[in-house]
Design a protein around this ligand. Structure first.
Ligand code: GUN
Length: 293
């Protein structure tokens, strides 16, 4: 069994990004600039956005954090997005989800200019991704694909089971893994809460992507000997062992599943750091106008 070290891989990619930023600066270009919008005071969202800002600093990006209280109107938020769309100084924008229930996430996402949508949530980017056109791919699936690439994991003709069908992870993941290129060319099955005989399906998988957000869902009896297991779960659960008072739990029962695997990602230190670095890669790509010219 080989552990897939997302933390080390992400650190290596941050180093590569930093070198590219330095070379852009030397050529007289500005540093890539990410704007992040955070509404309210949800603990997890605050943590994620703060980490995104910190990541930007580390690689030499500019960043702007825009905060609103929970009661901000949808109109005010949409106007801010429109203002950012027009601001040539800003290359990429993310609006941290979830948003309060009086604000339509769909409207907010659709208001972001696809060329600045570094989260890859806009239907234009999702549509382009699904037909294999250049686009921003949402950060978690992009991070998983990059891990498969960097660990040279064979994917062609493999049975891949994606557990979970969210717009952000499961759906894009299943499309990317079926694409006619490496990493891809898999025979993909998507499982979800209504799937019957889940164990029968997953036991036949060469690659399992666990992305349903249920701690410890995947047990050893669901996994075939030699499978590759990618754990996308990052549920925050209370813990007395950490300073913050919580710890991250994956969707896989790591201790019992790991001995059966050829490769497995841990939680934390697997997909999470790759998600963060993928946002940086998308922002760099936006600044270089690699996708939309
Ligand atoms: N909420 C949970 N994950 C994400 C993400 O990747 N981007 C944004 N904007 N919000 C999130």
């Amino acid at each position: 069994m080989e552990l897939i070290d997302g933390k080390a891989t992400a650190a290596q990619i941050r180093k590569e990004i930093k070198e590219e930023v330095n070379s852009l600066l030397k050529q007289g270009h500005k540093a890539p600039h990410l704007a992040a919008i955070l509404v309210g005071h949800d603990g997890a969202s605050e943590t994620y956005v703060n980490l995104k800002v910190k990541d930007c600093e580390e690689v030499g990006f500019r960043s702007t954090l825009i905060r609103y209280e929970d009661n901000v109107s949808e109109k005010e938020l949409l106007n801010k997005v429109i203002e950012i769309n027009k601001n040539d100084e800003i290359d990429g924008v993310i609006v941290q989800l979830p948003l309060p229930s009086h604000i339509s996430e769909e409207k907010v996402i659709e208001t972001i200019d696809p060329s600045k949508d570094v989260d890859g949530f806009h239907p234009v980017n999702v549509g382009r991704m699904s037909i294999g056109l250049p686009c921003f791919v949402s950060a978690t699936p992009a991070g998983v694909i990059e891990l498969l690439r960097r660990y040279k994991i064979e994917t062609e003709g493999k049975n891949c089971v994606v557990i979970g069908r969210s717009n952000i992870v499961g759906k894009p993941m299943s499309i990317l893994l079926a694409q006619k290129k490496y990493p891809g060319n898999c025979t993909v099955t998507v499982c979800h809460s209504r799937t019957k005989n889940m164990k029968e399906v997953t036991s036949n998988a060469d690659i399992i992507i666990a992305a349903m957000g249920q701690p410890g869902f995947v047990s050893a009896d669901m996994v075939r000997e030699g499978a590759v297991v990618i754990d996308v779960g990052t549920t925050r659960i209370p813990s007395t062992e950490t300073k913050s008072g919580f710890k991250l739990a994956g969707d896989v029962k790591f201790d019992e599943v790991a001995p059966k695997c050829s490769y497995i990602t841990p939680v934390p230190g697997g997909v999470g750091p790759m998600t963060r670095v993928s946002l940086l890669k998308n922002t760099l790509s936006a600044a270089k106008k690699e996708i939309y010219r």
